[in-house]
Write a protein that binds this ligand. Structure first.
Ligand code: CA
Length: 228
């Protein structure tokens, strides 16, 4: 699946340049021109990385970055901050925004792409092993444990658990789970999600154990960080 990159930048020429080059690099760029719209998109959509300009109309890049770090559903989203050469650059670094990397304008697009790839690789390595409560999921060996007990899951249940565990606490609608687990091009009915969540629960939970999967009425499902 292509990685979705949110670009928040108000300079038209730079937007065009980034859109073109990110697409050419195999990414799916989503270009947003002001900070307030960026916050809306971040609340509604999934991204693999965000590129934030520091100086923006509406909410500034620094504030967006802090909001990203403060919200449980986006706190692990990698962020690259774009800054202008000179004083701004030093100041923004000193502000401890929580960005993963800083790129000073003007920059070479190939350098930016290299940094994006480096950050995504890093994130991928961390993402291979997920742990929450007494549940551990290893994406490389495709093994799941609850405490000492190994849990055997079908491929769909595995991807479902992996998706939910990547963003503990985040509520996913059935439609979002269909996109993320089954893929956008596959036609599956929304109630299929319920069937697979049921199977996942059955595999994960013994009768006396708390259920880490939370059903949110009329909304969807979440992996509950605070179960047990
Ligand atoms: Ca700007």
């Amino acid at each position: 699946m292509s990685r979705r990159i949110l670009v928040v930048e108000d300079e038209d020429a730079l937007c065009t340049l980034l859109e073109y080059n990110l697409e050419a690099g195999g990414f799916v760029p989503v270009i947003v021109r002001d900070g307030d719209e960026a916050l809306l998109r971040l609340a509604e959509e999934e991204f693999d990385l965000a590129i934030l300009d520091w100086m923006l109309p509406g909410t500034s890049g620094i504030k967006i970055c802090r909001r990203i770090r403060a919200a449980p559903e986006t706190r692990s989203l990698p962020v690259i901050m774009l800054t202008a050469r000179g004083e701004e650059d030093d100041r923004v670094r000193g502000l401890d925004t929580g960005a993963d990397d800083y790129v000073t304008k003007p920059f070479s697009v190939s350098e930016l792409l290299a940094r994006i790839r480096a950050i995504l690789r890093r994130g991928g390595d961390e993402g291979d092993a997920l742990r929450a409560g007494d549940i551990a999921l290893d994406a490389q060996t495709r093994r799941v444990h609850r405490g000492e007990r190994e849990i055997h899951l079908g491929p769909t249940e595995f991807r479902l658990l992996e998706t939910l565990m990547k963003r503990p606490g985040r509520v996913y609608s059935r439609e979002q789970l269909l996109d993320l687990v089954w893929g956008r091009d596959v036609y599956v009915e929304a109630r299929t999600v319920d069937v697979h969540v049921g199977r996942l629960r059955k595999a994960l939970n013994r009768p006396n154990e708390p259920d880490p999967l939370r059903t949110v009425r009329a909304a969807g499902y979440a992996f509950d960080e605070t179960y047990g």
